[in-house]
Design a protein around this ligand. Structure first.
Ligand SMILES: Nc1nc2c(c(=O)[nH]1)N[C@H]1C(S)=C(S)[C@@H](COP(=O)(O)OP(=O)(O)OC[C@H]3O[C@@H](n4cnc5c(N)ncnc54)[C@H](O)[C@@H]3O)O[C@H]1N2
Ligand code: MOO
Length: 398
């Protein structure tokens, strides 16, 4: 039977359908960075939780210093954290520090710079109006209100706010557990001697990093040689508890296509996507585990992750925006494309997004060109020739 051919858009949807929303879990704040809040979060306390001083100075009644300069006795000293604050008697001042609770009866704080900084008595040189330098209870957050909404991507400010209202954990969609497995008897790990006819393995390094970059947990398995039984055994051992298996290599038309041989007829369908790089793809479920088999050429694997796996994982994590931003710019040179497939050229746009220049050729082995790029030029099906000066569609990677 002829292999089904997908457009890049159709395949993107097929991959997304393979990954259901991840379960909601409560995670400690330190583990929530970059994840998506799964439920609304309500403040258990007001912010500030009590009326307090915004300045180091003296708590007073504004009317007592209206005719400043005046000298008042200092009846108390209130550092931040003090709990037994006494009321302010008329005609007196309390020395007070920033963040310390305001004594009942006080309605203003005079900052220390407007005084002689006395500890027995204080000489105040200027009057201040009632309300000056006070931070009122609930000015920032009122207890019981929703402070963070479901769907929010959790960044440093959101984590700070969660901690400020006393939350030690947040409800998030659990990071996906992704197994990354490269196949190929020619592969050697970086850092080891390179025998003749071998190459350094790079796909699992790139893919695992790309998984981690969006908040996933990636486990890289030692890449298996081109051996079907070994491949199945390694996957079976690691499938329990995993959310996704990503393989690279072994899916095209050669005599030793281990991924294809191991998974054909076992829940994984091997198809073609009308794009270049990234044509040969496979998707399905093996031993209950969603599987995506990416082509082995380094840029093919990288772009397959970019265009299909990344949006699917972001969707499963609850992100509303799962695609990279797009833009248009003018090509600086002529480019040709097959016309029958969408071509993704690696490229650099300038700061103003006026012009875009391809980096390297269209070949799927040109990893250094990809590493030097900040965008992809998308040349759609039906276009065989782009002329210098033509506007082209960009997918922004930076
Ligand atoms: N007769 C045909 N040959 C090929 C076709 C085709 O349609 N007919 N398609 C080509 C295209 S397009 C691609 S893409 C590749 C896909 O091949 P595989 O997925 O089977 O990948 P391999 O053959 O294992 O490797 C391809 C290439 O990439 C290198 N590689 C593989 N894995 C890694 C890795 N983990 N790290 C670094 N480099 C890796 C490998 O050494 C090969 O050079 O097939 C074309 N052929
Ligand atoms: O479809 Mo392949 O990914 O061009 O080298």
């Amino acid at each position: 039977m002829a292999k089904r051919t997908y457009t890049a858009g159709e395949y993107r949807d097929e991959v997304a359908a393979l990954l259901p929303p991840l379960p909601v879990v409560e995670l400690p704040l330190a583990d929530c960075l970059g994840l998506v809040l799964a439920e609304d979060v309500v403040a258990g306390v007001s912010l500030p939780p009590f009326d307090n001083s915004a300045m180091d100075g003296y708590a007073v009644r504004a009317e007592d210093i209206a005719s400043a300069p005046v000298t008042l006795p200092v009846a108390d000293d209130i550092p931040a954290g003090r709990t037994d604050v006494q009321p302010l008697e008329p005609g007196t001042a309390h020395r007070i520090m920033t963040g310390a609770p305001l004594p009942p009866g006080a309605d203003a704080v005079v900052q220390v710079e407007l005084t002689d900084a006395g500890t027995e008595t204080v000489h105040i040189t200027s009057a201040v109006p009632a309300g000056k330098h006070l931070r009122r209870t609930g000015e920032d957050v009122v207890e019981g209100v929703t402070v963070l909404h479901a769907g929010t991507v959790i960044g440093p400010p959101q984590l700070g706010l969660a901690a400020a209202v006393g939350l030690g954990t947040l409800p998030v969609r659990r990071p996906p557990r992704v197994i990354v497995l490269s196949t190929g008897s020619e592969l050697v790990a970086a850092g080891e001697p390179l025998p003749p006819g071998h190459i350094y393995e790079s796909n699992s390094v790139l893919i695992a990093a790309a998984v981690r970059e969006i908040g996933g947990n990636a486990t890289v398995l030692r890449f298996v040689p081109d051996d079907v039984d070994k491949f199945r055994a390694v996957v079976a051992e690691h499938a329990p508890g995993a959310d996704l298996l990503i393989t690279s290599g072994g899916v095209s038309a050669g005599a030793y296509e281990v991924v294809k041989d191991a998974l054909t007829g076992h829940g994984v369908e091997f198809v073609r996507v009308a794009m270049q790089p990234g044509g040969p793809q496979g998707f399905g479920t093996f031993l209950g585990l969603p599987v995506l088999t990416l082509p082995g050429n380094p840029v093919s694997a990288a772009l397959s992750f970019e265009l299909f796996v990344r949006p699917a994982l972001l969707g499963a994590l609850g992100h509303r925006v799962v695609d990279r931003p797009r833009a248009q710019a003018r090509a600086t040179v002529d480019m040709s494309s097959p016309g029958t497939k969408t071509q993704y050229r690696r490229a650099r746009h300038d700061d103003g997004m006026v012009e875009v220049m391809p980096v390297g050729g269209p070949g799927s082995h040109l990893l250094s060109a990809f590493a030097a790029s900040n965008c992809l030029i998308e040349i759609p099906v039906g276009i065989e020739q782009v002329k210098a000066g033509d506007k082209v569609d960009l997918i922004l990677l930076d």
